[in-house]
Design a protein around this ligand. Sequence first.
Ligand code: COA
Length: 113
Amino acid sequence: MENHRLVLPEHLNQYGFLFGGYLLMWVDEIAWMAASLDFPGCHFVTVGMKEVSFHKSVKEGSILRFETDQVHRGDTSTRYSVSVYRKTEEIFSTEVTQVRVNERGEKQSLPNH
Ligand SMILES: CC(C)(COP(=O)(O)OP(=O)(O)OC[C@H]1O[C@@H](n2cnc3c(N)ncnc32)[C@H](O)[C@@H]1OP(=O)(O)O)[C@@H](O)C(=O)NCCC(=O)NCCS
């Protein structure tokens, strides 16, 4: 799955660059959308995110591209790699695990294919 985001003034930190919390929110949201589209009708919550390292700063006006792929399917969970690019340069990547839950927030097995 591919998504884009425009970095606006409200996404910047006090030094004028993208605040990492917004990037993590977008990554989390995109992984949730990927799981929800792959398993229609299922409800998901994030249980974990792999390594989080910020090695590149991002300026206002940047158009970020998010690439998401399923990398693992377990009993109740599904894991997605999320890579973020500015033009062709990768500025961030991690893996996000989503767990299927019922209306009481209890984990559930994923449906069979
Ligand atoms: C999601 C939740 C229902 C899972 O219940 P749990 O008893 O903690 O689950 P388990 O430890 O048995 O793990 C469930 C699955 O998640 C996986 N998992 C657990 N912790 C993980 C982590 N840190 N990273 C990756 N996967 C993880 C397990 O391997 C298991 O996968 P499988 O069933 O596909 O084999 C529960 O942890 C929860 O409600 N968490 C809060 C979710 C939330 O509110 N997220 C938003 C953050 S504010």
